[in-house]
Design a protein around this ligand. Structure first.
Ligand SMILES: Nc1nc2c(ncn2[C@@H]2O[C@H](COP(=O)(O)OP(=O)(O)OP(=O)(O)O)[C@@H](O)[C@H]2O)c(=O)[nH]1
Ligand SMILES: [Mg+2]
Length: 329
């Protein structure tokens, strides 16, 4: 990636990655193209953006001419505070995790290749819910493009590996498979500075089948032997060991915060937080509560991290997880 790209290029790139419709993708690509400075160092990047733009434009044309389009089961709307897609080799326990942690009941089986279609379910993390999606095992013989699209667009990719079956090899194989589809865990971004064709996706490596305290030691060894760029979360779908820490790891990797609204003169509703991106500001919070606040907001009072109780702050004050905010017009 050319080093002199301004920060709003990366914002547009992120919006492009998570865009749901081709029209949105086109809009963000156009924005990216308008931001990229024109010089020799950005030649490849500009060519790549152009290529993608014409691809998407061609897609809109075919979409318009298709009378009845079949909706793929992999088109799953994001629900809750984030969309997490569980991906991995056969038999690692993807379906078992979704069955244990969510309201969904995908089939769990001792034989490999038991899952053929994706199943979403909602997993509570304290007072919020995130969406976990069970997927069929990765299989080089049978690659579903719609599944790859689901992975490209998700908020968090959870690569599931089985502690009891050559986990390091499994992680390598999974990453190689994804890279062949031009999907790369975001933690490896530094290694691919001149690859403009890859989609970088935030990733957590979920190490399943850590059933007992003895296996915690094997998990520790796995962490020591692996590259330190990875974020690992141990868990057991069967014994539910480490489930609380697992949920916390998902929350952390989603890079979200919970903010509580306090109407003036009333108690805040601590059961129903607004979920925002980490580093979100008072202004962004106000826009989430109601668009009108964006015009009328004068100041805000905050209870939470780095402030004294009820401190008045401006629109650009950066919020922290658990802050209580009273908006004043
Ligand atoms: N010991 C142990 N076994 C588990 C655990 N999680 C899943 N299993 C077993 O592993 C086998 C595979 O589980 P699934 O959830 O079907 O695995 P999968 O990754 O969905 O498999 P595919 O759909 O074929 O990709 C089943 O026999 C499960 O009972 C776990 O935490 N510990
Ligand atoms: Mg399965």
């Amino acid at each position: 990636m050319p080093t002199n790209l301004p920060p709003h290029y990366f914002e547009a790139e992120e919006n492009y990655r998570t865009a749901r419709t081709i029209e949105e993708k086109i809009a963000y690509l156009e924005e990216m193209m308008s931001i990229v400075p024109k010089h020799k160092g950005t030649e490849h990047l500009r060519a790549d953006l152009k290529r993608r733009l014409s691809q998407h434009r061609a897609e809109t044309k075919t979409q318009k001419t298709t009378v009845s389009r079949q909706i793929s089961p992999f088109h799953i709307d994001r629900e809750g505070a984030g969309q997490v897609v569980l991906v991995g080799l056969p038999n690692v326990g993807k379906s078992a995790l979704v069955a244990t942690l969510t309201n969904a009941k995908p089939e769990v089986a001792a034989h490999p290749f038991s899952t053929w279609s994706p199943t979403p379910g909602m997993m509570p993390i304290d007072n919020i819910q995130v969406q976990l999606i069970d997927t069929p095992p990765l299989n080089p013989e049978f690659i579903k493009p719609a599944m790859m699209d689901l992975i490209r667009r998700c908020d968090l990719l959870a690569i599931v590996i089985d502690l009891q079956a050559f986990p390091i090899q499994q992680l390598e194989d999974t990453v190689t498979f994804l890279e062949e589809q031009r999907i790369t865990p975001a933690c490896l971004r530094e290694r691919y500075v001149h690859r403009y064709d890859l989609t970088f996706v935030p990733t957590l490596v979920v190490v399943n089948k850590v059933d007992t305290p003895v296996m915690d030691e094997d998990f520790e060894i796995l962490c020591e032997l692996s590259d330190e760029v990875w974020h690992f979360a141990p868990v057991s779908a069967t014994t539910e060991r480490h489930v609380t820490a697992f949920k916390q790891a998902i929350f952390e990797r989603l890079e979200i915060i919970r903010i509580y609204a306090k109407p003036p003169g009333q108690e805040p509703d601590m059961k129903d937080p607004f979920v925002m991106r980490r580093e979100g500001t008072v202004e962004e919070f106000a826009g989430k509560v109601h668009q009108d606040f964006l015009k009328t907001l004068k100041t805000a009072r905050i209870w939470g991290e780095g402030v004294y109780d009820g401190q008045s702050v401006g629109r650009d004050h950066v919020l922290h997880d658990g802050d209580i905010v009273e908006l004043r017009t």
